[in-house]
Design a protein around this ligand. Structure first.
Ligand code: TRP
Length: 434
């Protein structure tokens, strides 16, 4: 079994707030530290264009979100952290997937249907103000996920339908063109209670009730002082149930601290005092990250470099994979037609594919597996994904001829009668790509 691949994206159209931190950033950064996962995190800036037509906002948000993830402890050495629009293969894959996606499937997407319902309620044309981008949103998201053959996609409940659609789209492609895509599963963060905002409703940009994660300390304090409470006087016992102050505290404090806070509620703590304690607790967790964030925000060039390095890592997977997907649908060089036809006999090798993965020791490996899942080649560790990618490239270009120069890096090699025809098909396919 190869490592679990986990992938998730964040649309770059806003400023990260406490709800994003508790619901997405914090759990994801923690999960990314587990040895047995290989994680892909990206800034979904193509998706941002669906939500906003403000270029400055897209750029600003991309910077803020990248800085937030890094300040919150995401390690770009351990994970693959990149910007969607740095991977041109994603839009290419999107088109190929568009052609195996039923229009009816997209008609049923919640986000699209909500817009249509709203128009109908107000007596407008059903598609009034709906861009084709909004309509195609699930296909773009499927391309994000399927490109890296992610097994697990951590998302909020509102995104579950999109993961199901990605599965459907992957299955349609696989059915038509052979098994290329892993069917992804949604991993829903259910234990993270929705964080309340300033007005007690769910913290959300659409309610304009958010507390930005990295506002300066003084401003954080002011915002917290403005959280809506009931009008119980100091000394009067207060209920924790439905108290936004309490829920926010709980999201940051240990079980013991939370219990002590509940006791103070019973003892009639004044709201001003409760808010003061909430501020202190939040600030204690946030302020070390805030200093890193502020430093990063002062040096966008450094973030740009980090993202470019991440893009290289992502493309070492995306480029060869897209080449196979293109080939499978018939986007092939014409001069190899005869070879392909004369190759009919080599059935066992059809559909062999390289998989790149990272081991617990941080090293990069690849293997070659045939369509039935049988292992044909497995490498030892390379120190960078680029080196592993180069070895794959060599095998794709030179086939069996590349083997002698690679043997020191190989952990396993299937018998020649299985391996050689598979490599032959690969080089033929490869010849057709460029
Ligand atoms: N649509 C997601 C959101 O708004 C962001 C996203 C884009 C995403 N592509 C993705 C999430 C792929 C998971 C996987 O929350």
């Amino acid at each position: 079994m190869s490592t679990q691949r986990v992938l998730t994206g964040i649309t770059t159209s806003g400023t990260p707030h406490l709800g994003n931190y508790v619901g997405a950033v914090r759990p994801t950064v923690r999960a990314s530290r587990l040895a047995e996962v290989e994680s892909f995190y990206f800034l979904a800036d193509y998706h941002a264009l669906i939500k906003t037509g403000d270029p400055a906002r897209v750029q600003r948000s991309t910077l803020e979100i990248a800085a937030t993830w890094l300040a919150c402890g995401l390690d770009p050495e351990k994970v693959t952290f990149y910007r969607q629009s740095d991977i041109p293969e994603i839009s290419e894959l999107m088109w190929i997937l568009t052609c195996v996606t039923g229009k009816g499937l997209l008609n049923r997407a919640h986000a699209y249907k909500a817009s249509v319902d709203k128009n109908q309620a107000s007596g407008d044309e059903p598609d009034s103000g709906v861009t084709a981008g909004l309509f195609m949103y699930p296909v773009l998201m499927a391309a994000d996920i399927l490109m890296f053959n992610a097994h697990s996609v951590p998302v909020g409940r509102d995104q579950v339908q999109h993961i199901e659609m990605a599965r459907d789209i992957a299955a349609s492609y696989n059915h038509l063109y052979g098994e290329h895509f892993t069917l992804p599963e949604a991993a829903i963060e259910d234990n993270v209670a929705l964080l309340p905002g300033l007005d007690g409703r769910k913290m959300s940009k659409s309610y304009d009730n958010t507390i930005p994660l990295f506002v300066p300390s003084e401003q954080l304090r002011k915002l917290i002082m403005g959280i809506v409470t009931d009008s119980k006087a100091p000394g009067e016992p207060k209920t924790t149930d439905g108290s936004a102050v309490f829920q926010l505290y709980q999201a940051f404090a240990s079980a013991d601290e939370t219990q002590a806070f509940a006791q103070q509620y019973e003892a009639g703590i004044a709201w001003g005092q409760a808010k003061e304690q909430l501020f202190e607790r939040l600030d204690a967790e946030i302020s070390p990250m805030r200093s890193v964030y502020e430093e990063l925000m002062r040096d966008p060039a450094q973030i740009e470099r980090t993202l470019k390095t991440g893009a290289e890592k992502a493309r070492s997977v995306a480029t060869p994979f897209t080449a196979r997907v293109r080939h499978a649908v018939g986007l092939r060089s014409l001069d190899t037609q005869t070879t392909a036809a004369s190759n009919k006999g080599s059935k066992p090798s059809a559909g062999a594919a390289f998989k790149q993965y990272r081991e617990k020791d941080g090293q990069f490996h690849f293997k070659l597996v045939d369509a039935k899942g049988q292992l044909l080649l497995q490498s030892l560790g390379y120190t960078s994904p680029k080196e592993a990618g180069q070895a794959i490239g060599l095998l794709q270009r030179m086939g069996a001829q590349a083997l002698p120069s690679l043997t020191v890096q190989l952990a396993f090699q299937a018998p020649d009668e299985q391996l050689i025809p598979a490599l032959k098909t690969l080089t033929e396919n490869q010849g057709q790509e460029k």
